[in-house]
Each structure stands twice: as C-alpha cells, then as structure tokens.
Design a protein around this ligand. Structure first.
Ligand code: FAD
Length: 622
C-alpha cells in the first residue's frame, strides 16, 4: 500500500517484523549500533520461541552461533544461560569439525531472549500483527535498481509504524497451513495463526514467492516413558560455553536417551502411507532432504530395519520430551500406534502431535548480499522467509540484516563478511547467488575454507570488525583484547623456550609443540610461565602451531582467489552491452546482479570465459 494517514503513527529508523530468532537478533543489532528500532510481533509470549527442536548448535550450526556471539549477538549467551546439556560434536575429528551443540530449557531460553530485548537501549518491543507494507515510488534516475522504497508498515487496528527501513523476519508464518493426516488448519506453528496480508503485499510489490514445507515430531510426557531399558546419553564432562564472554558452564546437566524404531513401526507406517499428507498429494511443496520425516526414512531407506530416536527433555521444569528423529505428519491414531511398538515408549503419552507446515518463502536471489531487497529500497529479509531452516541460520541473517538496515539509515556502506571470514558469509552468499530449491541449512561442506572457519576462532575472525561496526560493548572488547594479548604472550613464551626432548637435540617450544604427541600441558611442565596463559588462548596457540601447514595453505588459496574476486561491479552495469557475452550468461547475471567478480563466478553456469568478458568490459570502461 502507499502512505496514508492512520490515526496512530509511530516513527522509527528500523522496524523489525517478527520476534523469532532472526527478528530478535536483527532488532538487537540495529539498536546496538544506535538506530531507533521497534520489534513488532504477533505475541509477546513467543519472543525467541523454538518452534521445533529445543536445541541450539550442531555441525556447522554451532559455528554460526559462535560467530553470532563474536559479533555481539544474543544466541550464545542465551544458550549458555539456559542450556541443560552441552556436547562438543566431532571431538575426535580435527578442530575444523568440532561443533558445539546444547539442549535448551525451551521456556527459559525464550525468557532470556525476551528479557534481553526488553532491556536493550534504543529498542521497543510491541505486540502487533503487521498486515501490510507502506511504500512509495522512487523517482527515476536513481542509480539503484529499486523502483519503490519502503516507508513503514500497517498493523492490525488503526496504527502504522513509519521507518526508513523495514526487516521482514516472519519465519514459517506466511500463508501457512499445518497438516496432521487429512486434518489441515491455517497456522505457522501449532496453536498460532498465519500471516496472509504480507504475502499479498509482497506479490503486489512484484516479489516472487515460492512454497516450502517442514515438519516436527510428537512430544511425549516424560513420566510415561520407561527409561530403564533405554541407552543414556550424558552431556560432556567439561561443557564448553558458546559465548566468548563465558569461562565455563556450571549448571547441572540433564541426560538424553536413545530409543529405536523397528520393523513393526515401519510396517505400520507403510500401511498408512496413503494417509500421510506428503504421499497422498495433500502437500507437494519441498522439504529439507537431510531432515526427513519418519515416513520419508521408511520409504527412502527401505532396507534399514531400525532408526535411532533421541529423547530430548524440553526443560528442567517441564515433562515434555522432544522425540528427535520421528518428525511426522501421519494422523494421530498412527502416531499413537507407532509408540506402542517402540521398546521403552509402549506406554508413552503424546502431549503434542507431530505435524507438517507449508509456508511461503521469498527466493533470496531477490536480495543483495547485505539482505536488502533489490526491488524495494530499505526492505530487508532475514531468516526462514529467505528459504533457510534452523534457528542459527536465522540468527546469523537477522544480525546482518539489522546491522545493515541501521547502516543504511546512517548512510553508511553495507557490511557483509566474506566466505573466508565466516559461515554467515557463506550462508548469505549461497542464498543471494544461487538461491535454494529446498530449505537451506548450513553444512561444513558448504564452506571452501573450513579450516579457517572454526568454532574456536570466531572471535579472532570477527570481533575486531564487530568493534569497528559498533556492535559490541566495552566488556566484550576488553575480554577480546586480553585474549589477543594472551595469545601473543603464549607465542613469545613458546618461541623463547628451549626444550630438551627425550631424545635428540634441544628445540624451541613452538617446534616441539608441532609434534603430534606433545600437548600444551606437557610443555607447561617444562615452561611454568605458560601457566599464566588462559585456557582459550592456549588452545589458539596450540591450533595455530599444530595446523600451521594446512592453515597457511588455505590462506594462500584465499589470497590467490581474491585477486580478481574483489573487483566490484556497479549496480547498474549493463551486461547486454557486452556483445560476445552468451545470452544465458546475460540472463543469469542480470537476474543475480553480482556485486563483484567473485560472486559472479559462483553463479552456476557462469564460465571463466564469461568472466573474462565482464572483466575486460569493466576495465575498459572504468
Ligand atoms: P520464526 O522463529 O518462525 O519467527 C517468526 C516470528 O514472526 C514469530 O514470532 C511470529 O509470531 C512473527 N510473525 C509472523 N508474522 C507476523 C506478522 N504479520 N506480524 C508480526 N509478527 C509476525 N528448523 C530446523 O532446523 N530443523 C527442523 O526440523 C525444523 N522443523 C520445524 C518444524 C516446524 C513445525 C516449524 C514451525 C519450524 C521448524 N524449523 C526447523 C524451523 C525453525 O523453527 C526456524 O528455522 C526458525 O525458527 C526460523 O526463525 P525465524 O526467526 O526466521 O522465524
């Protein structure tokens, strides 16, 4: 809609729509860098709610949480304060694969996030349902592609919020339909409604929308589970915090348990496939391949006679147990019957039935890398609305969108981490360059420089930049600087130390530490001053030294690749004027509008020859 004169008008720099994982990080980041921000959300009791799994982190996702934290975000501190079980996954593999994951006390997590939002300066939180976007045309002659500019949002009732920038983080709520068996209802999450108006508004503004689906498993009452025969899965003995602000996790940990499906369960599922919305044709949108429903698993892996189920408590003062591994939209009676056949769960009562949800998302190739839309100036998108799945992916995008919306208001250039700086950089580059044809989640395999993007060094990669951007406070700055000094001192001590190995000549401490059998602790016995170095700094010194060869090789590769990659391409660059450029290449480049040659190179189907033509044209006309 275009601007009108509502009865109640509120003015801000940044309006964020939706207080999920993307929205809360977006609002907090915009406010931290000084923008007058409001976060509007349907229900204040669901701020920061985990729609599905009560867990944060995991492979590649844990790395994103560490990055969000290194940039001053909320997620790391929230899970540290409210986690009930912490595990470092892939501990036996190299450091690039180490990935922190924690079960959360779901309600406590949500309250923590809400409290932080309520206490953030420059930020108002308000319960509102946003129904429309207010835009106005941009006069011709602007050097941007956009023909419209967002100026605010219309909410249900007689009020509008005006702002220079608006961030859409509405998750699974656009035109959402939930399915359990043949039963369907409108809503983006059990017990909640859907958002219809915004899909219409986006269509009206010329955006393409597509549909995805995702599913969730049933929740059981812990009291009705027979844990005696189930395998216990404890947390780590020395749990590691997610936040660089915390030294340790001291809260008591809770155990998870493992159960198994069997042929009886699989037969039951096969016999009822015609009642499963995904197989009966009731749902035809695409879901996450790597996170299949139990129906999918039984069909796709027909030779497997059993699948693992992880029973994950949803909180300390809560009997609900999340059954990870059995996401389903089968009818209620089949869900009940499945558990009757699973040892340990024969008497389990379902507290919430599993369901699938279909929703609109906005293909992210419609965005610039800083997450502003190409068509409507000032309108940003972050989170599940961009076709991603997962709290962590949402949080990373949210933080970036919030920061860049505030920077646009302040007439500053956007900031986007590169693929070699952060998984968040990989995430947004993949999204805006290639789009996604299934819900996108992060994997370590998506990052070409994963030895550089470790969970342990996110602060060394990002916190200095976060400080320059105004994203972090004095306490974090001081902690980071102390750690950096500690790392330097550790390296000096190692270089100065003369070590006598059991055999052979005396060697320097750093040379000795390169040996696979030598650890920081063994060295400390011979160099007592190393005891002054903090645990995290000692870990960094050790990794830097032990993996120096691999790290140097990746850094050299980054250097080589970035020679031409950083050459920027003007927004209004006219690909059609490059005569010899293939029509297919013109179409793709016009659609994606890469901001530099590096991004152009990553567009599928763009060849080195196409790039050479673009480069030549750029150089001849600059
Ligand atoms: P959300 O967390 O959904 O937050 C959106 C917020 O916007 C909500 O607070 C909502 O109330 C608010 N909102 C919506 N419309 C409006 C409006 N018009 N006005 C004001 N406020 C509005 N992820 C996985 O990684 N694995 C899974 O297996 C998985 N399964 C899922 C199953 C289900 C049933 C659902 C619903 C989600 C699942 N997810 C899963 C996804 C995960 O929940 C999301 O990726 C994550 O929550 C996305 O964060 P977000 O901030 O983008 O959106």
């Amino acid at each position: 809609m275009t601007a009108n004169k509502p009865q109640n008008r509120y003015d801000y720099d940044v309006v964020v729509i939706g207080a999920g994982h993307a929205g809360t990080e977006a609002a907090a980041a915009a406010a931290r860098v000084g923008a007058k921000t409001v976060l509007l959300t349907t229900n204040l009791d669901t701020v920061g709610q985990m729609s599905c799994n009560p867990a944060i982190g995991g492979v590649a996702k844990g790395q994103i949480v560490r990055e969000v934290d290194a940039l001053g975000g909320l997620m790391g501190e929230a899970i540290d304060a409210t986690g009930i079980q912490f595990r470092m996954l892939n501990r036996r593999k190299g450091p690039a694969m180490h990935s922190p994951r924690a079960q959360a006390d779901k309600k406590a997590y949500q309250n923590f996030i809400k409290f932080r939002i309520e206490n953030q300066d420059n930020l108002d939180l308000r319960q509102e349902v946003v129904e429309d976007l207010i835009t106005e045309p941009i006069a011709e002659g602007s050097d941007r592609l956009a023909t419209q500019r967002v100026v605010g949002v219309q909410v249900r009732g007689d009020a509008a919020y005006y702002a220079r920038t608006v961030i859409l983080t509405t998750g699974t709520f656009l035109q959402a339909i939930m399915h359990t068996g043949k039963s369907q209802s409108a809503g983006g999450r059990a017990g909640e409604g859907t958002t219809a108006g915004l899909s219409g508004a986006l269509h009206h503004l010329g955006f393409t929308l597509d549909r995805f689906k995702t599913g969730t498993p049933p929740r059981l009452n812990a009291r009705t589970i027979d844990y005696a025969g189930l395998e216990e899965q404890p947390g780590d003995e020395d749990p590691q915090p997610f936040s660089y602000l915390n030294d340790a996790i001291t809260s008591p940990q809770m155990a998870c348990h493992i159960a198994h499906t069997n042929e009886q369960v699989h037969d039951l599922i096969r016999a009822n496939l015609d009642r499963a919305p995904m197989y009966s044709g009731q749902i035809d949108s695409r879901g996450p391949r790597y996170c299949p429903s139990i129906e999918d698993k039984v069909v796709r892996f027909a030779d497997k006679s059993s699948h693992q189920l992880f029973l994950e408590p949803e909180g300390r003062q809560n009997c609900e147990v999340y059954v990870n591994g059995i996401s389903t939209s089968l009818p209620r009676d089949v869900q009940d019957a499945m558990f009757r056949c699973i040892p340990g769960l024969e008497k389990a009562t379902i507290m919430r039935y599993g369901y699938a949800v279909e929703y609109d998302f906005s293909p992210p190739t419609q965005l610039w890398p800083h997450l502003e839309s190409k068509a409507v100036s000032g309108l940003f998108f972050a989170g599940q609305i961009n076709g991603t799945t997962g709290y962590e992916e949402a949080a990373g995008q949210g933080l970036l969108a919030g920061l860049n919306a505030a920077r646009l208001v302040a007439a500053q250039t956007p900031w986007v981490p590169s693929r070699q700086d952060a998984y968040v950089g990989v995430l947004v580059d993949d999204l805006v360059t290639s789009g996604t044809d299934e819900p996108y989640r992060m994997f370590t395999s998506r990052a070409e420089y994963r030895l550089l993007l470790r969970q342990d060094n996110a602060d060394r990669r990002l916190t200095q930049q976060a400080d320059e951007l105004g994203l972090i406070d004095a306490a974090r700055r001081e902690r980071f600087q102390n750690k950096r000094r500690d790392i330097e001192r550790g390296n000096e001590l190692l270089k100065a130390a003369k070590i006598q190995p059991p055999t052979g000549p005396v060697v320097r401490g750093d040379v000795y530490l390169r040996r696979p059998e030598v650890t920081w602790e063994t060295l400390r016995e011979q160099v007592p001053e190393l005891g002054e170095i903090g645990k995290e700094a000692a870990e960094q010194c050790t990794i830097d030294i032990k993996y120096a060869g691999y790290i140097d090789r990746q850094q050299a590769e980054v250097h080589k690749q970035s020679r031409h990659a950083e050459k920027s391409i003007p927004v209004s660059f006219d690909y059609d004027r490059i005569g010899p450029l293939r029509t297919e290449a013109k179409e793709k480049l016009n659609r994606v509008r890469p901001i530099n040659l590096g991004q152009a190179k990553r567009i599928s189907g763009i060849t080195p020859a196409d790039l050479a033509l673009v480069l030549a044209h750029l150089e001849n006309h600059s």
